[in-house]
Design a protein around this ligand. Structure first.
Ligand code: FES
Length: 109
């Protein structure tokens, strides 16, 4: 199992999910409204946009240059180079145990 921490303002919400799941799937386990994940993880909607917390995790979770994910994110409100990721594109392994990401405000809520 891999522990994923989601930060919402001053609150941290954690969940353990199996290796191989994505951060988006971890968010769905918790039914987090900030991550509706409308496309179901197809890298098409960007509604799973999160900010990776801390340099340690940002270095491990660098976005692939010129990837579809990067193209999608660059048009997103709140995009921060080196920090923004799509949660559905981050597959969890033991090396990512205790990874921490920040939830973004969902304007639709
Ligand atoms: Fe749609 Fe991640 S769930 S891009």
């Amino acid at each position: 199992m891999v522990k994923v921490n989601f930060i919402r303002d001053t609150e941290t919400i954690s969940v353990d999910v199996p290796v191989g799941h994505t951060i988006m799937e971890a968010a769905k386990e918790l039914d987090l409204p900030e991550i509706p994940a409308d496309c179901g993880g197809c890298c098409a909607c960007a509604t799973c946009h999160i900010h990776v917390d801390g340099v340690q995790w940002q270095q491990k979770l660098k976005i692939e240059e010129n990837s579809l994910e990067q193209e999608l994110l660059e048009y997103e409100k709140g995009y921060i180079e080196g920090v923004s990721r799509l949660a559905c594109q981050i597959q969890l392994n033991d090396d990512l145990n205790n990874v921490t990401v920040k939830l973004r405000k969902n304007e639709l809520l």
